[in-house]
Design a protein around this ligand. Structure first.
Ligand code: BGC
Length: 430
């Protein structure tokens, strides 16, 4: 189904009307405040991590009401959130990422958490990238929980040992290795065809082939010179080469299915963020024993990030203050952030959480994060909602996905389409 996001700016007016009409919230019928949580954590690993959160909420005198919307990357969840907001019935709390936080805050939907943040000195414990996206006009309006590294390559260890293969460090090495694996009758790349999964590899390629500066110009700024550069053309050509290796679209849609293929050795490699690790752990597989983690080719010095945050829609809660205070305490708790992120595969959003107990891949991610930050190689994921408004992001995802599977589309046509998207940037009212 194609997704047509409703521009959020339409919601401002509608909310003014529906706010006045909102019926008695369900939560008033319980003695313990009910917290309805909208999120998109539906795979085995994600559910395991979400269960820890749910438990903590229930242990703290609240009732967690689950509202999970299937679909990796959160596109469908965001559509549902918008529909519920229009109907005057937003959940108490929602998972959210990147610039969308500011857009919701601008419309007046979100609970201001600044006084809690000040009491608890959030600013001191969070990296700059979290301060930027979780605040609106200098006030915290969202609670950051995870820090995911996107540019990961997951390898089935047994397949690599059996075929006597070395971990590829560059894109040409990756292609060569993939061709050998294919010849051996094993699927080289575990990839589902959800558009965002496919497009995410283009992000990794742009960083891996041309570095952080080019990445920023192309995928964060949509700079016309970067779009028309020979570097972008080279990335598009490499992306097409990968598409030829992958072959026609299979019937597999969702990322957990292909992660399971990777775990079982039906596929050899997967290029995706570290929620894959949460999934592999939930399936009973161990880092270094069953699978290896390595930076996506060419990206050892870089770190493409996305962060999961939570926002509170207090108008539908019977106890807004109690709920905000408890949820902020819980989600920003160091022990909770440690426990949750170990299950999720990510790093804690807080920088002062002790990483004892995290596995070797998480420790590598932490080292890579610190190094990339120090060297200006830390970049937001465009595809995972951290860089551009929703409208442009979704157009780029669809464009890259079409290009990947339709060989008649030329790299030059993609460049032209990117220029068209760039021209509309800032004109869609987001
Ligand atoms: C979220 C992750 C989630 C992944 C796959 C990303 O947008 O940040 O928490 O696991 O999508 O659904």
């Amino acid at each position: 189904m194609t997704f047509n996001p409703l521009p959020l700016f339409c919601l401002g007016f509608i909310m003014a009307v529906v706010n006045a009409q909102a019926s008695t919230p369900l939560s008033q019928q319980h003695t313990q405040p009910e917290v309805e949580v909208l999120h998109w954590w539906t795979s085995k690993g994600e559910q395991r991590a979400a269960a820890a959160l749910k438990q903590a909420v229930n242990n703290n005198g609240m009732v967690w009401k689950d509202f999970a919307v299937r679909g990796g990357g959160g596109e469908s969840a965001m559509t549902v959130l918008q529909a519920r907001a229009i109907a005057g019935n937003p959940p108490t709390m929602a998972q959210i990422e990147g610039p969308a936080i500011e857009a919701w805050a601008r419309l007046g939907f979100l609970t201001d958490l600044e006084s809690i943040a000040q009491q608890q000195q959030w600013q001191q414990s969070l990296p700059d990238i979290a301060l930027k996206v979780n605040r609106y006009r200098g006030h915290f309006v969202a609670i950051p929980l995870t820090l995911h590294r996107i540019n990961w390559m997951w390898l089935n260890k047994q397949v690599f040992t059996q075929l006597n293969l070395a971990v590829p460090h560059t894109w040409p090495e990756f292609m060569h290795t993939a061709a050998i694996i294919k010849q051996a009758g094993i699927t080289p790349l575990a990839i589902g065809h959800e558009p965002w999964q496919v497009a995410m590899i283009f992000e990794m390629m742009s960083l891996g082939l041309h570095g952080a500066e080019h990445y920023r110009q192309l995928l964060v700024e949509l700079n016309p010179d970067a779009i028309t550069s020979t570097k972008t053309l080279a990335s598009l050509k490499m992306f097409r080469q990968l598409a030829q290796l992958v072959g026609p679209k299979q019937n597999i849609q969702e990322w957990p299915q292909v992660t399971s293929d990777l775990a079982q050795g039906k596929a050899a490699m997967q290029l995706l963020g570290d929620w894959v690790k949460g999934e592999l752990s939930a399936l009973g597989y161990q880092a270094d024993v069953d699978y290896l983690c390595a930076p996506a080719p060419g990206t050892q010095d870089g770190f493409i990030y996305n962060m999961d945050s939570f926002v509170l829609f207090s108008q539908n809660s019977a106890h807004p203050q109690q709920v905000s205070q408890t949820m902020a305490n819980l989600l920003m708790d160091k022990t909770l952030q440690s426990q949750f992120n170990q299950l999720k595969g990510s790093l804690p959003a807080r920088q002062d959480v002790d990483l004892t107990g995290f596995d070797s891949c998480s420790l590598k991610a932490k080292q890579a994060f610190d190094k990339a930050k120090a060297n200006n190689n830390l970049v937001p994921s465009l595809i995972d909602s951290m860089a551009l408004p929703e409208q442009q992001q979704n157009e780029i995802i669809q464009l890259l996905h079409r290009y990947f599977y339709q060989s008649e589309i030329t790299p030059e046509q993609v460049v032209q389409q990117l220029l068209n998207i760039q021209k509309r940037l800032g004109q869609d009212g987001f």
